[in-house]
Design a protein around this ligand. Structure first.
Ligand SMILES: [Zn+2]
Length: 138
């Protein structure tokens, strides 16, 4: 009988834990949605172009390129797109995006880390800050 009670208590604890986890998850998702709609740029890697989004969060943002129709990537407003002709910089950006770095803030010792400006730096960067990469939505 005692054993059974202990089991029950354990089960309750476990369920409580699951509840907390899913709550945290929800909170995270809400936050992403909110920031996605505020002060962002749509970036098309095919056209090598950035489009500013003017949206108060009420409207759904169409995530396709107005120019070529390919799926765009959402970047923070502070992202400064290189010139269309600057293939080198654009391939660097593509590399960072593919590794989960969409110009979100990356931290080291509670300080912002500067984004890399060369491919060599970028390779080091994505390895070093792997734990801060964001999952890319397919
Ligand atoms: Zn495009």
């Amino acid at each position: 009988m005692v054993v059974r009670q202990q089991w029950f208590l354990l089960l309750c604890k476990y369920l409580q834990m699951l509840k907390t986890i899913s709550k945290n998850k929800q909170f995270k998702i809400n936050r992403i949605n909110l920031t996605n709609n505020m002060g962002h740029k749509k970036v098309c890697l095919e056209c090598r172009k950035a489009f500013s989004i003017y949206n108060n969060g009420a409207e759904e943002v169409k995530l396709t390129c107005p120019q070529c129709g390919v799926k765009v990537v959402l970047m923070p407003h502070r992202f400064r797109p290189p010139k269309k002709e600057d293939i080198k910089q654009w391939s660097l950006i593509r590399f960072l995006i593919e590794n989960g770095f969409l110009y979100q803030h990356v931290y080291e010792n509670h300080e912002y880390v500067k984004y890399p400006s060369s491919m060599d730096e970028a390779k080091e960067f994505v390895t070093k800050f792997k734990s801060q990469a964001v999952p890319i939505k397919g």
